[in-house]
Design a protein around this ligand. Structure first.
Ligand code: HEM
Ligand code: HEM
Length: 175
């Protein structure tokens, strides 16, 4: 059944491409780097809006769970008893928040470094680099988490993020 709407899918892949290209252009690409970072920031803002106004599975309220529920899911993930979520699972949900915050912090510090007041101030440049490194580490963890969830639930989640459809939920799945 259809789970990810077109908006979620297009924003996801454009965001991933913008972040990876911003990383690839980090040295010697001049304004290309800045504009790719701004594109990533704009896509993050677009995704945030959808988190409140989008359809059911795009909403933050649908996939952000409290700490106890998230911890219980993390524990169960190590066993075959982990419940399958039709939308994002609790760990994936918090990873989404971390990734969006990471893009916002990286682009904001990058922009700060281009302003008249902060240009050339070493700690701003260093902060920007550290934010970018943390963002890339989060993205790697995100891809590893996706791979683990694919394995745990015997389901191709990457294909689902492309065509939008997932297996119809069973009686124990959380919709
Ligand atoms: C810097 C790169 C990336 C960023 C910033 C990023 C960010 C995100 C975000 C924000 C979501 C939530 C989607 C939504 O509800 O709107 C998501 C989900 C997802 N991403 Fe990425 N992503 C990146 C790279 C990738 C890559 C390379 C893959 C391919 C392996 C991937 C596969 C997925 C999948 C399968 C989901 C859905 C997970 C689920 O079923 O719950 N992402 N990602
Ligand atoms: C997701 C978005 C972004 C990523 C992943 C990213 C990543 C990076 C990285 C890794 C560096 C360090 C390059 C080096 O090794 O010297 C860098 C430098 C830089 N970035 Fe970004 N960046 C992003 C967004 C932006 C934005 C939006 C701007 C400005 C509008 C910007 C402006 C700069 C500038 C001016 C430098 C040079 C800093 C220096 O010389 O030390 N970046 N960026």
């Amino acid at each position: 059944m259809r789970v990810w709407d077109l908006y979620v899918r297009v924003v996801h892949w454009l965001l991933a491409i913008a972040v990876l290209l911003a990383w690839a252009t980090r040295e010697g690409w001049g304004l290309w780097h800045d504009w790719l970072g701004y594109a990533a920031l704009a896509l993050t803002a677009a995704r945030l809006l959808w988190g409140w106004f989008g359809p059911k599975h795009a909403r933050f309220g649908n996939f952000l769970y409290g700490p106890l529920h998230t911890l219980a899911y993390a524990r169960s993930f190590l066993t075959a008893a982990a419940p399958r979520y039709l939308g994002h699972n609790p760990l994936g949900g918090w990873m989404i928040v971390a990734l969006l915050a990471g893009v916002a912090a990286t682009s904001a510090t990058g922009w700060l470094y281009t302003t008249e007041t902060y240009w050339g101030i070493e700690w701003v440049g260093t902060l920007h680099k550290w934010c970018a490194n943390a963002l890339l580490a989060l993205a790697a963890l995100h891809v590893a988490g996706v791979a683990a969830a694919c394995f745990r639930h015997r389901e191709n989640l990457v294909a689902a993020m492309i065509h939008g459809r997932k297996r119809t939920p069973g009686p124990n799945d959380i919709v």
